[in-house]
Ligand binder design. Structure first.
Ligand SMILES: [Zn+2]
Length: 124
């Protein structure tokens, strides 16, 4: 039996942590519900090509990090909603219960172990 009260507490801590990380490099668009990477606040106006290439690279990296954090953010929010709705701990692909050790490692997991590699294919 999954202790959802305990997991809810864990998820809330995880959500706070991911929001702190996101707020450092992104801002939340309330209209779309998306996190948008902030442009780098660093030195602007350097015409040096190498600097520009670095800036573009940093920007791409930043967006990749935001995308990862945003997935985590969405998964945590979804897991909290599932607890409210009483569907927590069920694999979104097979409908089977998610293994307890998988939930212990990642309370925001959306699938059982058999389908963990397909989790990325699920709609957001
Ligand atoms: Zn499954």
């Amino acid at each position: 039996m999954v202790d959802t009260a305990k997991i809810k507490g864990q998820l809330e801590v995880m959500l706070d942590e991911v929001i702190v990380e996101l707020e450092r490099i992104a801002h939340y668009d309330k209209t779309t519900g998306d996190w948008v990477a902030k442009p780098d606040g660093g030195e602007v106006g350097e015409a040096d090509e190498n600097v520009e290439a670095d800036v573009v690279e940093e920007w791409n990296e930043r967006r990749a990090i935001v995308a990862q954090l945003e997935t985590r953010f969405n998964n945590i929010k979804r897991a909290l909603k599932k607890i409210e709705g009483g569907t927590f701990g069920t694999c979104e692909i097979s409908g089977e219960p998610i293994e307890e050790d998988r939930l212990a490692a990642n309370p925001a997991a959306r699938t059982c172990k058999a389908h963990m590699n397909d989790e990325g294919q699920l709609p957001l």
